[in-house]
Each structure stands twice: as structure tokens, then as C-alpha cells.
Design a protein around this ligand. Sequence first.
Ligand code: SAM
Length: 194
Amino acid sequence: MSELILRSARWLAAQYMAQVLRPGDTAVDATMGNGHDTERLANLVGPEGHVFAFDIQEQAVESTRRRLTDAGLSGRVTLIRDSHANMAAHVDRPPKLIVFNLGFLPGGDKQVTTLLDSTLAAVQAAMELLSPGGMLLVCCYPGHAEGQRELDALRELFASVPPQAFNILEHRFVNAGPGAPVCFAAEKQISSAK
Ligand SMILES: C[S@@+](CC[C@H](N)C(=O)[O-])C[C@H]1O[C@@H](n2cnc3c(N)ncnc32)[C@H](O)[C@@H]1O
């Protein structure tokens, strides 16, 4: 029996991660949470690559640290307890891939969620930082009020970016209801015009 190809926004994001990253690359997980994406990225960049992962919550950093230690991947990841809006101050080389999975920490405090202003600042910083040919992935959750605001603002931002700088795709399941997750994929042109 064949598997379906059009699956969740998160599944699509994982396909892009695997397509973009090669051993030795640098990647950024802008929202480490419980570290699922951080672990995935660390596996994809291999022992010669590096991952920078951000979260503002100590609980997320500790949960991710345990996951990476158990998987034997700690040596290739820098865990940073700071807002992703400050990523340019921590990431010292142009990443091939930067991923955001917006919202709150699963199993954590639902009040601590990503917020419109810092999300926008971080996405703009990420677009600057990316290497030419690199990719930005942003999964949004409009099922809660701040998530809807983030989605609306990101749509506006991405729609204003010239195609000479980035190709930007919005993945949305049109029959999954208004709160269904949305995944943006933005690929930086090789010779990027602003
Ligand atoms: C949906 S979770 C991420 C789940 C994660 N990708 C995983 O694989 O487990 C979103 C995370 O963003 C974090 N977050 C919220 N605001 C942030 C900020 N300004 N900078 C970095 N992380 C932030 C939250 O603490 C939360 O852990």
C-alpha cells in the first residue's frame, strides 16, 4: 500500500530539512522546545556540521540537552537560552537552514508562546543570516489568537519580499479548517538582491 504524500505541515517541513541539509552544514533551530527538530537537524548535519538551537525557557533547554545526550549528539549542537530575535549575536557563520516551529512548549506553560514582535524580528534576522541558496522554514499555528496574528504578519512580510531575493511558498491545507497549521518555506536566491 502506498503512503500519502500530502501530510501535515510539520511533515512537509521535515521533508525540506532532509532535502536541504548535507553533512558539514550549519543549521539553526529557532524554537528548540523539547528538541525534536534539534535532534533531527543534528543528525542531518553529521559530525562535521553544527546546529545552534534557541529557546527562552530553561525547561526547553534542559529537555533538549537530555534528548541530545541520550542520542550522543551533544557535541554538534550549541544550546542557547535567549530569544531567537537575538540570533545574529550568537550564530557566527551563515546557516544553510533556519527553522521556526511557533507556539508554546508541548507539555509546558501554554502562556509562554512565541510573540508577534519577536517572531517578526527573528524571521527578518534569519533572512539576513541565511547563506545564499539556504532555506527558512516557519510553521505557524493560527488556532490560537497570537498564532493568528503571527500568521497574518508573516504573510504580509513574505508577500513584500522581492522574488529576486527569495522564493517563498505557503503550504496550507485548504480543507483542514481555519486553525490548521501553515508552513512557509523561503529559499534565498544564490545571488540575492534586497
Ligand atoms: C512549538 S514549541 C517548539 C517545539 C520544538 N520545535 C520541538 O521539536 O520540540 C515553541 C517553542 O518556542 C519557544 N519560544 C517562545 N518564544 C521564543 C523566543 N522569543 N525565542 C526562542 N524561543 C521561543 C517556546 O518556549 C517553545 O518551547
